[in-house]
Design a protein around this ligand. Sequence first.
Ligand SMILES: Cc1ncc(COP(=O)(O)O)c(C=O)c1O
Length: 472
Amino acid sequence: MRYHLRLMTTHDYSVLLTELADEHRRRSPRSAEIHERACRHLVDGGSHGIRLVDPFPPRITEARGGWMTDEDGHRILDLWQGHMANVLGHNPEIVTSTLSRAFADGFGTQSGMADALQAELAELVCRLTGAERMRFTTSGSLSTMYAVLMARSFTGRDIVMKAGGGWHGAQPMLLKGVAYQDDGVGFDGVDSKGLPSALTDRIVVTNYNDSQRLADDFVEVGDDLACLILEPMLGAGGTIAATTEYLRLARELCTKHGALLILDEMITGFRFQPGGLGALHGVTPDLAIYGKALGGGMPVAAVAGRAEVMAEAGRETGPRVAFSGGTYSAHPSSMLASKVFLEHLEAHSAEIYPRLGEIGAAMRRGIESAFAEAGIFARCTGALDELECGSSMVTVHFPRDESVVLDTPEAVFDPERCDIELREKVLGLALLVEDVHLLLAHGAATTAHTDEDVAFLTDACRKAAERIAQHR
Ligand SMILES: Cc1ncc(COP(=O)(O)O)c(C=O)c1O
């Protein structure tokens, strides 16, 4: 045990991390070998940074429901679930059987043409979300980029406001205030090299769930603001639910100052109901971003909202915003998967959403109790206490003591308030050697997870917690 300058108790996990890495290597020689090979041609051995867990990720051969199998034959309980795209678990039958039939019938790879399917899906998404017009893209990053461009064009203003801890994809106009930086910077830093200050200077970072700070920031820049973009529940920022008061204030201030409210529903869309989370708070955005669950496991995202704002991308008004290109946009397989998936969510919403809430709550309880048994204080965020709907979301935190309130990203990323190394480095590996995949302590339940899976997760957490306790 060593002591921080501020007399905060911290723990040295280096011996444990080495022990866990050695065990992972021993258990998974095939994945280790493939990783070494992958690193010869792929930067860091892959194409998505956070998937590449240290020292190497399990290489997956099969994924069904709540579980995956890797190259070494381990069956792994998965809570990451395709970056939380999966609501019904991996490879749901409703999607795979539809796609198999379509491919057999000569429909599925990109045609680069218009089809009836897109029109049917757009009609469905607009009905479920309350949007008037929309467009499909291939990713959340592209969607938030187009949304910001349309907001700037529509308002004739330049400044964009986002919340610290908010992640809206790797696109230049919102790469500020994503990662928390110690040494007093907090969420005020720029998150990528290569960005011109002409862009990042136009991004104002406000504090999530801090109504006073939001009101003050609007006094300062509200009349020059093109848009405020918010996640109704922060995902990467700690799985923190926005309060209804905060979201409604955001709506009110945007309207008052002539700025647009963009809700980034990439994680939250279709996860709490067949539609957006904003609606459950009684908040209607000018634009919303959907993806992940929207595609039922296939790559599709969307920008949807008020017709007059979406018209910024259309022919009638110019076109003023280059919402164009996208060789693979509105890909036939993605459109088809999305359509059958959303139809299924809507038809079975009375069973799906209560079950997601129930299993999510059981996972959060199981994790907390397993750590408590080993004398380690753990708290899971993800619940939507304020609303009358359950939540499948789970992020595990290790607050320094019971007085820490986990209602802002500042609280969960401040090393004085939470043990970040335990959450982000140790936990994932300690669970992986117990055949549980929980990336960055962050995941979600699906309807494919069973009560037995929750027991398996709880038991794995118990074993991980006992091991961690020995090193504190
Ligand atoms: C809230 C949010 N917005 C945007 C994105 C970016 O989406 P994509 O990874 O599809 O570009 C993500 C992805 O994790 C997200 O969680």
